[in-house]
Design a protein around this ligand. Structure first.
Ligand code: SF4
Ligand code: FES
Length: 593
């Protein structure tokens, strides 16, 4: 059997999917409505499913019946999205709620009562009273034909493919495919391509859904990827000398429904069914992107976006995606150390804590109040800052609380849809996650406080009185750049940090810290949204989480409990709750033809 046979059955003859306009645009004016009719009739799309007047008299919550079940949809929602929202499974490849709708893969075709041809569920808006069949014999026959067509040239390399276990093609092949191929000719071979600093394209596996191409046009606005050729020679490619290296590039790997676009960083590291997920927040900047940390046996292997309509939608920046790398840095501080006879030596937690508290207390008894400071890092959780602030103030009621350095780029990175010019994503210039949260905690704790710049210039007289303090770092890269402020070079200094620096090397007592992936807490983003994160893994052996250290410092019993501390802090913190993982997709059912 020739591929052309199925091609004609399934796809008719049509232009590139990217040439077909999105209905969101075509239904905005009469002229555009005509364009849609033209494309619909010329390229074999379905007849116009709803009266154009219906948009002026929309039914607020249209009710449709899908496979005998009545569901409530949203006004002008597509059939497919209303099915997804109602947990009704309809196969789809090219559709993604964050991208335009080319309706090119044709696997989502369904029967709608009153329309003679099958219609793409992803591109057909709902209408009150619509009756849809997704499992009629015509719809199932189409699904099987599409699957057979897609598998003609797809290599059988699931055992070595990184996508195995989360591959749409694999799942739908099991659910809608045939158990045997009727294709006897040689498969068309496409090369493996290096399309970006972090991305490989295994072109053989591509099913031409064009999600990746649409992403680079409609979200990153960089348009590096395009479709080259037509028919079975069609390939995704980059323009020579313009690799897909934009700051959102990793999202194309998430979008690819099969194993064609692969993350070099994750390649061959883990089988995806071994990974577990923990809801978390990006530590890379103040945007507060929602993420899932995917881990196995105490190691984080990758970071995936977690949908949040108000913040990051479906996307994350590459800074966020690879932020976990810093926690696996070979130079990471893992030992407690203290100064003895002028030299820093390894010690144990209890001895380090004892030396830190007795020296800080004696500074206050010798010099009076207003002697100590605590530098609270914008990498700390709000709960930790609250506890440390209280602990220092318990030793010295006039201790100065300081917000640590807030590294900031020149400007936000703003991304636009290259066709409409609409803003699609922003990477914030502030390169720490919780400066806003620490400012809020400082306000709640009250008393003397200062900024890092004031500390660096020692501009205020009360700062000159400081004789020692507790300094928290925890940044994912070096934060002491240039000259260390004089105040941080003298006096008694307890330092807690993730990576070594001149400050950690000269500390009187040094505590390692747990990374954000190893502890619980919450951060406040630039919009004032306070969002919790939970630990995915334990800290490396011997490291005490900061919350546990501060519990001891305060003389509290038990282990640090972020939820309990938030309740104690009150205000907006008391209302913060851990997000519940969304329900898993329904299990596929095997259908034999
Ligand atoms: S590479 Fe993946 S996302 Fe891009 S068109 Fe092919 S299958 Fe779709
Ligand atoms: S045609 Fe509807 S999902 Fe591809």
């Amino acid at each position: 059997m020739k591929p052309g046979y199925l091609m004609s059955q399934v796809f008719c003859s049509r232009a590139s999917p990217l040439d077909i306009p999105h209905p969101r645009y075509v239904l905005r004016s009469n002229h555009q409505l005509q364009s849609f009719r033209f494309f619909a009739t010329t390229f074999g799309a379905h007849p116009l499913p709803v009266s154009p007047l219906s948009r002026y008299h929309p039914s607020p919550m249209p009710k449709i019946t899908v496979d005998g079940k009545t569901i409530e949809a949203k006004d002008r929602q597509m059939i497919l999205q209303s099915c997804i929202d109602a947990n009704i499974s309809v196969p789809h490849y090219c559709y993604h709620p964050g991208l335009s709708i080319p309706a090119s893969c044709r696997i989502c075709l369904v029967e709608v009562e009153g329309i003679p041809k099958l219609v793409p569920a992803c591109q057909t808006p709902v209408r009150d009273g619509m009756i849809v069949q997704t499992k009629s014999s015509k719809a199932i026959a189409n699904q099987k034909q599409v699957m057979e067509y897609l598998l003609i040239n797809h290599p059988l390399d699931c055992p070595v493919c990184d996508q195995a276990g989360e591959c749409f093609l694999q799942d739908y092949s099991y659910e809608y495919g045939r158990s045997q191929s009727r294709f006897e000719e040689d498969k068309v071979k496409h090369p493996k391509k290096d399309v970006g600093e972090k991305i490989y394209l295994y072109a053989d596996r591509c099913i031409m859904c064009t999600r990746c191409v649409r992403f680079t046009r409609e979200v990153s606005g960089t348009s590096e990827l395009y479709v080259d050729g037509r028919g079975n020679k069609e390939e995704i490619d980059i323009f020579p000398g313009h690799p897909c290296n934009n700051k959102l590039a990793g999202n194309v790997v998430d979008l690819c429904p099969v194993g064609a676009l692969l993350d070099k960083d994750f390649l061959f590291k883990q089988r995806v069914w071994l990974l577990k997920g923990a809801p978390s927040i990006s530590p890379a900047d103040s945007g507060g992107e929602n993420i899932t940390l995917e881990y196995n046996e105490g190691v984080v292997y990758r970071v995936k976006p977690r949908y949040n309509a108000d913040i990051n939608q479906w996307w994350i920046s590459d800074d966020t995606r690879y932020s976990y790398k810093a926690t696996q840095d070979e130079r990471r501080i893992k030992r407690f150390r203290r100064k003895q006879y002028g030299a820093q030596l390894d010690t144990i937690f209890d001895v380090a804590l004892e030396q830190a508290t007795s020296e800080l207390k004696s500074l206050v008894s010798n010099n009076g109040t207003g002697t100590l400071y605590a530098m609270l890092s914008p990498m700390m959780a709000c709960e930790e800052a609250w506890l440390l602030g209280q602990a220092i103030r318990k030793m010295d009621p006039q201790a100065v609380l300081i917000l640590g350095p807030v590294p900031t780029a020149a400007a936000d990175d703003v991304f636009h849809n290259s066709m409409t010019g609409k803003q699609t994503f922003v990477i914030k210039a502030e390169k720490v996650p919780n400066a806003a949260g620490i400012r809020r905690v400082l306000q709640m704790l009250g008393g003397p406080n200062a900024t890092y710049d004031e500390l660096a210039s020692a501009s205020r007289p009360e700062l000159q009185k400081l004789k020692g303090g507790w300094i928290v770092g925890g940044y994912l890269s070096s934060w002491i750049s240039g000259e260390t402020p004089d105040l941080l070079k003298k006096g008694f200094r307890v330092v807690q940090d993730l990576l070594p620096s001149s400050l950690t090397e000269s500390a009187d007592v040094l505590f390692p810290v747990a990374a954000w992936s190893e502890k619980d807490g919450c951060w406040e983003n630039f919009q004032g949204k306070i969002q919790p994160f939970v630990s995915a893994i334990s800290p490396p052996e011997g490291i005490r989480r900061e919350g546990d250290v501060y519990y001891k410092l305060l003389g509290r019993t038990g282990l640090y409990n972020a939820q309990a501390i938030r309740a104690e802090m009150g205000g907006p913190f008391a209302a913060v709750t851990i997000p519940v993982e969304s329900a898993s997709a329904p299990a596929p059912q095997f259908v034999e033809i």
